[in-house]
Design a protein around this ligand. Structure first.
Ligand SMILES: NC(=O)c1ccc[n+]([C@@H]2O[C@H](COP(=O)([O-])OP(=O)(O)OC[C@H]3O[C@@H](n4cnc5c(N)ncnc54)[C@H](O)[C@@H]3O)[C@@H](O)[C@H]2O)c1
Length: 309
């Protein structure tokens, strides 16, 4: 098994670190356009192997895609992160070009790879990758919902005073401050609806905190977060390479599911060796379906910006 992570910045390096610690592959390649950064971080991570006890071979490359040849999975994190006060959508101009070129360069050397798209605005970058590469839709997975769902569980666990591991909770829709939809009605604490334990006010606050989860961190840190994004990216990769069939909220191409077409948006999917293998229908109620429609409208507007670039 060989995995490549493109972009050796904060999120890419953390994704790679998690992949190595979990020994998801024999060979892991980090690639970046900035001279030396991928080689340096790969060597630094390699020096943790004797301490952490993994055997994954990690190498770095400055923009030489021949080193990525034969990758089974490629995670794309290259591009600008947002700064405090910015929305993810403001990154589109720069990141669209980067993601398109990176995806095509990757496929020249790994035509069978499954791509995990992380760069923002992620829903539009996933759609762009699908359009630009013509790959079968199941091989393009946008990472956003897995992170947003982990943040949702974090805020739920803080309010309930419980372990996040005992929670089941999912965020669908777009990966944007105003487009994501934390499905609190379906969230459970070891099978019991969390709504049994939380006041309406608390529920509202948890949903609001989840939606601006990324912006809260960007404000605190001064740039976009990386620990949870890196862990979320690696979790998706793990389900694919180990064929685990885990269910995650991922941004995938919709063809009528959840009432939408010609768009990539976050929905519950099963991840396995073929990429995303199945979309699961959660039977949204009217209010949730309306929110999903609004989310799709906003993402579609962003996708339309691609035509002007
Ligand atoms: N989908 C999500 O849930 C999620 C979460 C966090 C961050 N992000 C996004 O991930 C991206 C990376 O964030 P970060 O914090 O790691 O940023 P960063 O600036 O730390 O790293 C980005 C890296 O990409 C590299 N890069 C730029 N152009 C490249 C190219 N053409 N080829 C190869 N490498 C290139 C840069 O040199 C840099 O090292 C951003 O777009 C950010 O908004 C997404």
């Amino acid at each position: 098994m060989k995995i490549t992570v493109v972009g050796a910045g904060a999120v890419g390096a953390t994704t790679a670190d998690n992949i190595a610690r979990k020994e998801l592959c024999e060979e892991l390649v980090l690639l970046d356009i900035k001279e030396g950064i991928a080689e340096g971080k790969a060597l630094d991570m390699t020096q943790t192997a004797a301490l952490l006890g993994f055997d994954t071979r990690i190498t770095g490359s400055t923009n030489d895609y021949s080193k990525t040849k034969g990758s089974d999975v490629v995670v794309i994190t290259s591009g600008l992160p947002r700064k405090p006060g910015m929305t993810r959508e403001e990154l589109i101009g720069t990141n669209a070009n980067i993601v398109k070129n990176v995806a095509n360069s990757v496929l020249e050397h790994s035509p069978d790879a499954i791509l995990v798209i992380v760069s923002n605005p992620m829903d539009t970058m996933t759609y762009l990758t699908l359009q630009a590469t013509g790959l079968p839709k199941n091989r393009i997975i946008g990472m956003g919902g897995a992170l947003d769902s982990a943040r949702f569980k974090c805020y739920l666990s803080l309010a309930l005073g419980c372990s996040p591991n005992d929670l089941n909770a999912i965020v669908i829709g777009g990966h944007g401050d105003t487009t994501m939809i934390p499905l609190i009605r379906y969230a459970t604490w070891n099978s019991v609806p969390v709504t049994n334990f939380l006041s309406a006010e608390q529920q509202k606050q948890i949903v609001a905190d989840t939606m601006v989860g990324g912006a809260t961190l960007t404000k605190l840190i001064g740039t976009s977060a990386w620990y949870a994004p890196g862990a979320a990216g690696a979790a998706l990769v793990e389900s694919v390479v180990r064929d685990e069939k885990r269910l995650f909220s991922c941004c995938v191409s919709l063809n009528g599911e959840y009432g939408q077409k010609d768009i990539c948006l976050g929905v519950p999917v099963v991840l396995g060796k073929n990429g995303w293998e199945k979309i699961v229908d959660y039977k949204l109620n009217e209010e949730e379906q309306t929110l999903f429609g609004k989310s799709a409208d906003a993402v579609r507007n962003m996708n339309n910006v691609l035509k002007t670039l």
